[in-house]
Write a new protein. Structure first.
Lengths: 630, 216
């Protein structure tokens, strides 16, 4: 899995690199068309300036080949130097064509005379100087001044020796001037301006923006310290990269060189720290050393004096490059070991950055030919911006992950809260049920202990048999009531068992023959405690009547279940219940209370009786109202 | 001569029960107690043949006395005399070792007859108690720590008797149905009570052991 990711990362990184190279060569290629190209001057006659304001022809001594690098040809001289160039216009272009002079590099400033007439003055060389080293020059040669043959072009170049300058880019030197049709040299100038000034500036601006964005992202997040360092790195490098704009610092040249030479350690510090922090490693000693280095560089330059600036700076810059390369190596080593997904992206970007830094170091020591001269100042900002974009992508990805995590957490909290509420509701319900049950039990216990004990005392101490019987019946009633109060639903099959046992237990004491029929199979129905109790009372009353009043010798009890009704038929062969005067059955036999109880259960109790025919009591209770599914 | 313990807190009832017991066992020597504490003291002092124990007493439950009697005087017959007819009250007393139960409000003749029957080895068994016993042994039969638990189970005949009692048949009826004598049926019932007690004791011991392990 990790392996495929690595391969994928490598492929993407390679694609990006190919793209960048293609773009660079597309920019450079238009410089290559060799056809009808005006030829640059290969050499020039030179003379030391004698302050006359013109080419001192009498002291002209030697011919130098162009481009002329003072660090090679006159390393110690500071006096301005005249260059004389001769050219003819015949054959070069049509007579009516406007001619242009293009000088890619004239460092630091140049004054130009054509046939003795002054065409251009670069600027004063007194401090603070104007250093036009990184800006190409384009001049129109006025047609009135140009002759067909033997034109002389005199250039007075002023500049500073290399040892005094931090970078060879600002060391004195003259590239080969070029005279040709204006349109052609203009194109050359435009391209050179694009590469030397516009693109580095655009890159710097982008980098500045990236740095600012990194600062904004890093604000208030200690964990993202690498972003902070990246911001500092991006802004620092954007300042270095914008060097074409620092051609007119309001400082003496020694001071401005010192200042410019002090900047690289200030950029190396965030670079190294960024890489270490991004790799997840923080070291206090390294941080301290980097800060100390920032102070050591200017101090060493001050101590060494203005004439050794270049040497010292080269040494420092090499050291800084090595530090950054080491940090890059450490970063890549640790991310590869941690199998980070972005290893290959970062590896390619860092490789590009390392190459560009090397190129930059070389360009600091000696002038490089185009396009190498400008490559680093265009590509380096882009590489850094790409790293910045990569960081931004990672940042937003991390933020998305955090957001998802937060949402998941929120969902879980909400679910947990809902669960808790539900549990609480259930608990309350259960509690209510428990309290109710406990209260019922308490009432039941009170009834048993107090009322029951007293009734019992009456039962066993009363002189009167009638009171004794009444008390006993009251006790039984009370017990049934308590059962109705506290009882759980009773299975119909169990209820039948209880009833049979009770009826036969009582009949057996009296000699009345009993007959019982009931469904034998396991019945699924249940009776509520209330229905059970009321039916028990009715049955008990009926059996009482049979034993006490009917004089029957046998009785039969039939239990049936018929279309949702429970039916109980109690029949005896006794003398029947005598009618009252009003045609109703004797109340003394408890018929009214039986009927009342049946009515309470939404059922009915029918009594059929006649003298000599015995009695049938038919009780019907609708099961569905008093049963709960088994 | 029978030594009889009579534990009952209501004086009138106690007096009434006393006359009743004397009627059933004219040569009985009766020790009376109104509280569990007093009864336990009597139990540790006197050897009883029969104990009539009320359940709900001011200082506790008569079940404790039943238990103590079973532990120290295994020959003594404990009979619960109570106002509660439901199995929830009676079952723990039966588990503790009671031999039977008598409902207090029954007429004098009925109680006397029951007492005599019990002394002859015929304990009462109601359908609801029978169902409770069946359910109890059904849960015991489930395999749970077979090594720790001395397994007590009912024989087929005992189960048959219990099932018929649960359906509402009286013991004499069951005797007729199974072609057994009244005496044999009574022996089954006694055996059922004994097994209930043994199994309950084992269960209690196991529970105590478990608690002990837990506390350690």
């Amino acid at each position: 899995m990790a392996r495929t990711e690595h391969l994928e990362g490598r492929r993407v990184a390679a694609c990006r690199l190919a793209w960048a190279l293609a773009v660079w060569w597309a920019l450079w290629l238009p410089a290559a068309p060799a056809t009808a190209q005006p030829r640059p001057f290969a050499d020039a006659l030179t003379a030391e300036d004698s302050g006359l304001g013109r080419f001192p022809a009498e002291t002209a001594r030697r011919v130098v080949s162009l481009p002329d690098d003072w660090s090679q040809t006159r390393p110690r001289e500071r006096t301005p130097l005249w260059y004389r160039l001769r050219f003819d216009t015949t054959g070069a272009a049509g007579p009516a064509e406007l001619l242009g002079l293009y000088i890619e590099r004239a460092c630091a400033t140049v004054e130009i005379q054509l046939n003795g007439q002054r065409l251009h003055a670069g600027g004063p060389m007194s401090d603070p100087p104007l250093l036009n080293c990184q800006r190409p020059l384009l001049l129109t040669l006025p047609a009135a001044l140009v002759q067909a043959r033997d034109n002389t072009l005199d250039l007075l170049l002023e500049g500073y020796p290399l040892q005094q300058m931090a970078s060879s880019r600002r060391a004195a030197g003259l590239s080969s001037p070029l005279i040709g049709p204006y349109a052609q040299v203009h194109d050359l100038h435009a391209r050179e301006t694009l590469l030397a000034v516009t693109l580095p500036m655009a890159g710097s601006a982008l980098l500045l923006l990236s740095g600012a964005a990194a600062f904004v992202m890093a604000r208030g997040r200690r964990i993202d310290s690498h972003l902070w360092y990246f911001g500092a790195l991006a802004i620092g490098w954007s300042l270095i990269n914008a060097s074409p704009w620092w051609h007119a610092l309001p400082l003496p040249v020694d001071a401005s060189e010192l200042l410019l030479a002090s900047v690289p350690p200030l950029v190396a510090l965030p670079a190294v720290q960024f890489l270490l922090h991004y790799a997840g490693w923080r070291s206090r000693p390294i941080e301290v050393a980097l800060y100390a280095q920032c102070a050591a560089v200017p101090a060493s330059l001050l101590l060494a004096g203005p004439l050794r600036i270049h040497t010292i700076t080269t040494g420092w810059n090499t050291l800084l490059l090595l530090q950054v390369l080491a940090a890059m190596g450490f970063y890549l080593w640790s991310t590869r070991r941690a199998r980070r997904r972005d290893f290959w992206t970062m590896a390619v970007l860092l490789a590009v950055a390392a190459l560009m830094l090397g190129l930059e170091l070389v360009a600091h020591q000696r002038p490089l030919p185009t396009p190498w001269l400008h490559l680093s100042s265009v590509v380096m900002p882009l590489a850094l911006v790409a790293i910045g974009l990569h960081l931004l992508q990672q940042h937003s990805r991390a933020r998305n992950t955090a957001e998802e995590g937060r949402q998941a957490l929120e969902t879980r909290i909400r679910e947990a809260a809902a669960d808790m509420e539900k549990n609480y509701a259930q608990m309350v319900e259960l509690r209510v049920e428990q309290v109710t049950q406990r209260e019922r039990k308490r009432i039941a216990a009170d009834l048993h202990d107090d009322l029951g004990a007293k009734l019992l005392t009456i039962v066993h101490t009363s002189e009167s048999e009638r009171i004794s019987t009444l008390a006993r019946e009251a006790l039984e009633e009370m017990r049934l009531s308590v059962r109705g109060l506290t009882g759980k639903p009773v299975k119909l099959i169990d209820a039948l068992g209880d009833w049979r046992a009770e009826v036969f237990g009582r009949l057996s004491q009296t000699g009345v023959e009993g007959e019982w029929s009931a469904p034998a199979e396991d019945l699924p129905q249940t009776l509520s405690a209330r229905a059970y109790v009321q039916t028990t009372r009715i049955l008990r009353e009926a059996v009482n009547n049979i034993i006490k009043h009917s004089g029957a010798s046998r009785c039969s009890i039939r239990c049936t279940i018929d279309s949702g009704d429970f039916q109980l038929a109690i029949q005896d062969n006794g003398k029947g219940i005598p009618l009252e005067l009003d045609g109703r059955l004797d109340r003394g036999h408890g018929m009214a209370s039986m009927k009342h109880r049946a009515k309470q259960l939404h059922g009915q109790c029918l009594v059929e009786s006649g003298p000599g025919y015995g009695t049938v009591i038919r009780l019907t209770i609708p099961l569905e109202r008093h049963t709960t599914p088994a | 001569m029978k030594t009889i313990l009579l534990l009952e807190d209501l004086p009138e009832i106690r007096a009434w029960l006393k006359t009743l017991v004397l009627q059933a066992f004219p040569d009985g020597q009766i020790s009376e107690a109104a509280r569990v504490h007093d009864a336990l003291e009597l139990v540790s002092a006197i050897k009883f043949d029969l104990a009539l124990v009320d359940l709900g007493l001011p200082d506790g439950s008569g079940v404790d006395v039943v238990e103590k009697l079973r532990e120290t005087q295994s020959e003594c017959q404990s009979v619960v005399v109570t106002i509660h007819d439901d199995d929830e009250h009676l079952f723990p007393a039966l588990q503790a070792g009671a031999f039977g139960y008598i409902l207090k409000e029954q007429p004098r003749e009925a109680i006397t007859e029951q007492l005599q029957r019990m002394s002859q080895g015929e304990p009462p068994l109601s359908p609801s108690i029978a169902r409770r016993v069946i359910a109890y042994f059904a849960t015991q039969a489930k395999p749970q720590q077979p090594d720790l638990m001395p397994h007590v189970s009912l024989t087929e005949r005992e189960s048959e008797v219990l099932l018929r009692v649960a359906k509402g048949f009286t013991l004499p009826e069951i005797g007729v149905q199974l072609g057994l004598s009244r005496h044999t049926i009574a022996d089954y019932v006694k055996q059922i009570y004994r097994k209930l007690n043994v199994s309950s004791r084992a269960e209690a011991a196991l529970e105590a052991q478990r608690l002990g392990l837990f506390r350690r």
